[in-house]
Design a protein around this ligand. Structure first.
Ligand code: CA
Ligand code: CA
Length: 454
């Protein structure tokens, strides 16, 4: 049988199924939902967030670019093609962007790599001059850098940002094509003031700022800070991040230099959710080889921030998994492995502060011998972490009690002001998560029909 004669009946059968579903649903007045469910089951790129699947299922739910017309379904393999797909007119049209293979963000329009030095060229910036200008011995520690070299650094940084930061508009699905090693290296997807976005099956790696900024007023010893998260949500609503992998590889922080006695940190967050972002579901992702992993809220005065994290793996993570402020945040069935990995040493897993109302339910910690159950949480004394069924090495453990017993100040509150109801797939025991998520989490697991490879 030829390929085409084999395919035709399959296409017919699918159309027939959709038709039948529409007829059935017409009587129930729920045509769009049924058609969405059918599309989700048959085509990864048209998949939508299932009902009740975390905060992003609230209200109108999250459908991304599912309604795209054929002119707005793109397959991209280069940075230039990605930009073209993201900016194709009209703005706000539903769009599906299928990423095939690995896109290097630090490339020119012809696909040629751009080095940090090339970004610096013409700006007057050099690291040697910058270090000389803002050495605490000369500049002091009371004010942030300004003037010549700082202006030059900002100019160079903006040249890099113009290449590596990608603005994602409303009603967009960005999805990796299965079997192609799909992902973005060195790039930052930025969902800012946009609604209804799906990000699936992508591998994000080494999102590196060529031009970290020295801030002597950050903490008691100063810090080098960088710009880019692999995915940034600011004022974003209805976002579903599913089955992605986030890693600093191949540039681990252990390779970072040290200046003024502080790590020259070139990475920022993996997936940061800030500035009144709301209704976000983050599921079946793999976060690994990273320090500042997930900020929920950028300041204590942030707002909204209703976020669900479930069935994610955190392995070789230093901190912020997540750091939660302000919002109602549900963490269920996540897996945390505290073992040191490639120089990334666990500091804490979950930080609840600025009144955050976290419910942590049926998560699993694989606790390494160098860490204690009392070291898995952190807070400022105003945040809550409620919930039960959390396991540490297979044993039911009250993490908040362990933390509060070991800390005389800034105790974590034990009751939250809400009860989660959008809990699709919630497993009542965390015991099976290590085996299950080893197979099911991260990029490269989903098939073209949106199911998990067997
Ligand atoms: Ca930062
Ligand atoms: Ca960030």
């Amino acid at each position: 049988m030829s390929v085409s004669s084999h395919r035709r009946p399959v296409g017919r059968r699918r159309l027939a199924l959709i038709g039948a579903a529409a007829v059935t649903a017409a009587g129930l007045g729920a045509v769009p939902l049924v058609m969405n469910a059918d599309a989700a089951a048959t085509d990864l790129a048209h998949g939508v967030l299932p009902a009740k699947d975390g905060w992003a299922a609230s209200g109108s739910g999250t459908t991304g670019g599912q309604a795209a017309d054929t002119a707005h379904v793109f397959t991209v393999g280069t940075r230039a093609e990605l930009v073209k797909a993201l900016t194709a007119a009209p703005a706000g049209a539903p769009r599906i962007i299928k990423v095939k293979g690995l896109i290097d963000a630090n490339t020119d329009d012809a696909g040629k790599p751009i080095t940090c030095q090339q970004y610096a060229d013409g700006t007057g910036y050099s690291l040697a001059a910058y270090l000389k200008a803002y050495d605490p011995a000369a500049w002091g520690r009371s004010k942030v850098p300004s003037g010549g070299q700082e202006n030059a650094r900002m100019a160079a940084q903006q040249k890099q940002a113009a290449r590596v930061a990608f603005t994602v508009p409303s009603r967009t699905t960005i999805v990796g094509v299965p079997g192609t090693g799909a992902g973005i290296t060195g790039g930052s997807l930025q969902v800012k003031g946009a609604d209804n976005v799906i990000i699936r099956n992508l591998s994000f790696s080494d999102v590196r700022d060529c031009f970290p900024q020295w801030d002597p007023t950050d903490g008691s010893t100063g810090n080098w800070n960088s710009e880019y998260d692999a995915v940034t949500l600011r004022g974003a609503t209805h976002v579903w991040a599913d089955h992605n992998t986030f890693s600093d590889a191949p540039h681990y922080d252990a390779a970072n230099a040290s200046y003024f006695g502080r790590e020259y940190q070139v990475h920022d967050g993996a997936l940061d959710i800030t500035n009144a972002s709301d209704l976000v579901t983050v599921e079946y992702n793999r976060f690994t080889n990273h320090d500042k992993t997930m900020l929920i809220g950028s300041s204590d005065k942030d707002t909204k921030l209703r976020v669900t994290l479930h069935h994610n793996v955190f392995q070789g993570i230093v901190q912020r998994a997540p750091l939660a402020r302000v919002g109602q945040i549900h963490l269920y069935n996540n897996l945390y492995d505290t073992a040191k990995l490639n120089g990334y040493t666990h500091s804490y897993s979950i930080n609840s502060r600025a009144g955050a109302q976290v419910v942590a339910q049926n998560n699993y910690w694989a606790l390494s011998a160098d860490r204690k159950a009392s070291q898995l949480l952190s807070g400022d004394g105003t945040g809550a972490i409620a919930g039960s069924g959390n396991l540490v090495n297979g044993t039911k453990t009250d993490l908040v009690a362990a933390y509060n017993a070991a800390n005389s100040k800034k105790k974590i509150k034990t009751t939250a002001n809400w009860t989660p109801t959008l809990t699709a797939g919630l497993e009542t025991s965390a015991a099976g998560l290590p085996a299950e998520l080893a197979k099911k989490a991260g990029a490269g697991v989903l098939t073209a029909t949106g199911t998990v490879a067997g």
